[in-house]
Design a protein around this ligand. Sequence first.
Ligand code: TYD
Length: 143
Amino acid sequence: MYKSVTAVKLMEFQQLGDERGHLVVAECGKEIPFNVQRVFYIYGSDSTVIRGRHANKKSEFILVNVAGTSKVDVEDIYGAKKTYVLDHPHMGLYLPTMIWKNMYDFSKDSVLLCMSNQLYDGNEYIRNHDDFRALQREVKNGL
Ligand code: TYD
């Protein structure tokens, strides 16, 4: 059973700040609903760039704009779409498997932190939207 965009969740992490500044904690099994195997971050992309452009068969992600802002378009295997704005360092976007995602509209200072339950494996990426659309058709036709 593929996950739909309703399984994509905007999360609010607790801010443990005091007069010295803010602190956000993300622990596996608490704020993070999987064991983190991989962390990467995206920065230096300007407002004209679209990143992501893929769905993952095995990887789940949590995206956090730890600095700056960006937008994320998500699309599920059933054709439903939604857009999220990431504009606070204490907000995370949970993405389950098989969600097509485009990240875009990066502010100059954007640092988009990505955590995943999987090590990198290029074979579990669907990078061609036509392939994703073909899967959508198969699911629609009950294949
Ligand atoms: P890509 O998946 O296109 O980045 P994004 O989805 O953030 O736009 O990855 C860019 C390059 O980096 C590509 O050659 C694959 C490589 N890469 C890794 O080696 N490991 C990783 O964990 C990621 C995310 C990418």
